[in-house]
Design a protein around this ligand. Structure first.
Ligand code: ASP
Length: 439
């Protein structure tokens, strides 16, 4: 027997029909003993997530306005689920308290967390599982920093002996007991924390897609799902825009070597994607696991004769970014050139000042700014052991007449990053996809 922690996302719990699917999934496997729910999400594309409505209700309360137009809708959704499933929990009583607390100024984090809290109460009743409030177990310091080791001990001691439990996602508490939420999508993190604390055999993350896809389905036609991916590959792909899982959800489980299985509540027979610490050695058929990319980058390049002999130049160039609190993505260098790739949203409104600072600090011969660049990451552990992967990427782009503006391959050989003009972004992703996944 193994132990599974199962997290269900908002769309998996959006209405009574979805909760039925969730119960079938949990009941079909006795190892699924610890369940972490999100708040009810969207039932249809124009629908409003409960969490968004709770933030709205709180904003109204802050302005001293009546919260009922928003809170009544929240109440209806929870009461509807409880009625349709014939639940015995007195959800109205809890809703009344939440309403009063929000009006009394309990604050945004408290308000937002109540979606998970109320949903947890419903689900615990429906499954016949114990309800365990994560406040007092998932711990933050007074500055809101997550206390991972204290939390890990608390999770282990509070949950280890339980037969089963429902633990609402998304929040924990400050030392004074008040509620602290994670960033949006944070129930994924709660699931990972609970899995680590219990030393689970598997963390199942149930959502509305059958795992990660090898490329963005809005760009390429029906890309295949990724069967197995390593935590490191996933980080590279998520960073470049492939979002299914909150990025902070990877650390607690990767550290404890617990695999994550992304599954689809609406297609429970699909295997989904397994995220593991070490992928089985590449079988030689495809060195690439996935492709992801983003538009909107700028490259700042300085050149200076004899740069290679000048000590501290890179540091001075970077200090200009530091001064204006800008992170950079990549830093390709040549003998007499250094380039910094930065996201446009990082340097918005600060570009002129940063350039002036670099001129002052580095006194380069020239400085060149290339704007409107897109970055595409071709990711896979298999690249290390397969010759010619980079040339296949470049050939695929050359065949489509796409000009490569920048190349960066990390020393881990997990990743080849190329920069192309924003306008070539979609075509470039398609070209690389065709090369490695079609034909
Ligand atoms: N309900 C929260 C949100 O909408 C957290 C989550 O769903 O993971 O962001």
């Amino acid at each position: 027997m193994g132990l599974k922690v199962v997290k269900f996302g908002g769309s998996s719990l959006a209405d009574a029909g979805q909760l039925k699917k969730v119960r079938d999934i949990v009941m079909s496997d006795g190892d699924r003993r610890f369940v972490v729910p999100s708040a009810p999400g969207k039932r249809f594309p124009e629908d409003i997530k409960i969490t968004d409505s709770l933030y709205k209700a709180n904003a109204l309360a802050l302005e001293g306005r009546d919260i009922s137009p928003v809170f009544d809708r929240i109440e209806e959704r929870f009461l509807d689920i409880a009625a349709r499933l014939g639940l015995s929990v007195d959800v109205k009583k809890h809703l009344d308290k939440v309403r009063a607390d929000i009006v009394a100024g309990a604050g945004a984090q408290y308000a937002a967390s109540r979606g998970e809290y109320l949903n947890g109460l419903l689900l615990a009743d429906y499954l016949g599982f114990e309800f365990v409030d994560p406040a007092g177990m998932i711990l933050f310091d007074e500055n809101g920093r997550f206390l991972s080791e204290k939390t890990n001990d608390a999770v282990a001691s509070l949950l280890m002996d339980k037969k089963n439990a429902v633990i609402p996602g998304f929040y924990g508490s400050y030392p004074d007991g008040s509620i602290r939420t994670f960033s949006r999508g944070g129930s994924d993190i709660t699931g990972a924390i609970v899995a680590r604390g219990l030393n689970a055999d598997l963390y199942e993350n149930w959502t509305d897609v059958s795992g990660f896809l090898v490329a963005d389905p809005r760009i390429v036609d029906s890309p295949a799902p990724i069967k197995t991916i390593s935590y490191m590959e996933l980080r590279e792909l998520s960073y470049m825009g492939a979002t299914v899982l909150h990025e902070d959800a990877i650390f607690p489980v990767s550290r404890a070597n617990i695999p994550i299985n992304i599954r689809n509540t609406n297609r429970p027979d699909d295997d989904g994607t397994m995220i593991v610490s070490r992928k089985p050695a590449a079988d030689g058929t495809n060195p690439v696991t996935g492709i992801a990319g983003k538009k909107g980058f700028t490259v700042i390049t300085i050149s200076k004769a004899m740069m290679n002999a000048e000590v501290g130049l890179a540091r001075r160039m970077l200090s200009a970014l530091e001064k204006y609190e800008v992170c950079f993505e990549h830093m390709p260098t040549g003998i007499d050139t250094i380039s910094l790739v930065v996201a446009d949203n990082q340097i918005e409104g600060k570009k002129e000042k940063i350039i002036a600072e670099i001129m002052e600090q580095c006194r380069p011969d020239t400085i060149e700014i290339v704007e409107d660049l897109a970055l595409i990451a071709t990711v896979g552990h298999g690249m290390v052991s397969t010759r010619g992967t980079a040339s296949r990427v470049f050939d695929a782009l050359a065949r489509e007449n796409i000009n490569i503006r920048m190349i960066d391959q990390g020393s881990s050989e997990l990743n080849i990053i190329i920069g192309v003009d924003n306008e070539n972004f979609r075509e470039a992703v398609r070209a690389i996809y065709r090369e490695f996944f079609l034909g």
